[in-house]
Design a protein around this ligand. Structure first.
Ligand code: COA
Ligand code: ZN
Length: 286
């Protein structure tokens, strides 16, 4: 039997978050439905973030409330306690909490220092009142800013704090596409050491066209969960020149080639990618 690798589909959240024309809720629901029909089992569907700063995610509650129960594992992204409370009210089962290993990106993205963000994670984790928590570390493989160096021990220390507070998983995000196979090996191994068995997922952005090698490296270290978006859409609005995500179809194809099972229906994903391209092209600009 083939070894299983989970692809966490992030098109509705990371893929759409920086799309300027408004994608209405019905279209987002159709996208999610199509992903389910392509057998996506983990889907990050929205973000409970500031609707002023990220207007595309302003309908987070509506999206979450309309999801068909049990059709997939639904994930919502949160930046703070306020986001947690919003997500709880609509019974979100899995939450991705974000901090950044880059001090500047941390400030630009969630507007407070890392220590404050982590303390708040500790507070909401202590409640243990429902959602499973995924601790994401943005810029884990490099900073967008030349003056900043991301030290592996910094990333490992954040990961350990997440674990100590009760995260179910740590997500290493390459927000700016800085990862190379060497960097992946160093960071992932260090984080795995710090976590002692808690699962690590990775979220690559493919700026350097090394996605394939980076995935291979992470797989060799035992990573079995990867995030990706259709058409390689996405990128953080609060990191300069953030490139798109790893392309879901490309990722699934590599995994298939290497003998892993993702369960995804590539024909349906291709049709959905095409449909999404048409939908986005037809939106009124400006
Ligand atoms: N959802 C909705 N509104 C929120 C919120 C949340 N999670 N957190 C704070 N707010 C509101 C506050 O209620 C307040 O509203 P008011 O002015 O009507 O009272 C306002 O936003 C400012 O609150 P403050 O705590 O000062 O937030 P901020 O302006 O410092 O912004 C974040 C902090 C975290 C909300 C914001 O930076 C953010 O949404 N970041 C996420 C960015 C993102 O999505 N990045 C890409 C994915 S990683
Ligand atoms: Zn991303």
């Amino acid at each position: 039997m083939k070894a299983r690798v989970d692809i966490v589909e992030v098109t509705p959240r990371d893929g759409l978050q920086d799309v300027k024309p408004w994608v209405d809720t019905a279209t987002k629901m159709e996208l999610i439905q199509r992903l389910v029909e392509a057998h996506a089992t983990w889907i990050e569907v929205t973000a409970f973030v500031s609707p002023v700063l990220v207007p595309q995610m302003a309908d987070a509650e509506d999206v979450m409330a309309q999801l068909p129960e049990g059709a997939a594992e639904w994930i919502g992204l949160i930046p703070n306690l306020r986001g947690y409370e919003r997500a709880r009210r609509v019974r979100t089962r899995h939450l991705t909490y974000v901090v950044s290993a880059s001090p500047r990106h941390q400030q630009d993205n969630v507007r407070r220092p890392l220590s404050t963000s982590l303390q708040e994670f500790g507070q909401l984790a202590a409640r243990q009142d429902g959602p499973a928590l995924r601790g994401a570390i943005s810029c884990a493989f490099g900073s967008p800013y030349a003056e900043e160096v991301i030290h592996p021990q910094t990333v490992a220390a954040i990961a350990r704090q997440y674990r100590d507070y009760g995260a179910a998983e740590v997500v290493l995000a390459d927000t700016v596409g800085a990862a190379t196979p060497d960097v992946v090996r160093t960071i992932v191994a260090k984080v795995q050491d710090a976590l002692g068995g808690l699962p690590v997922a990775v979220h690559f952005h493919d700026r350097l066209r090394q996605g394939r090698e980076n995935v291979r490296e992470a797989l060799a270290l035992g990573v079995r969960r990867f995030e990706a978006a259709l058409a390689g859409l996405g990128g953080c609005p609060f990191a300069p020149q953030a490139p798109g995500n790893l392309n879901t179809i490309r990722l699934a194809t590599w995994l298939d080639e290497w003998g892993y099972e993702t369960g995804l229906d590539l024909f349906r994903l291709e049709a959905t990618e095409k449909w999404l391209g048409q939908v986005l092209a037809l939106l009124p600009q400006g």
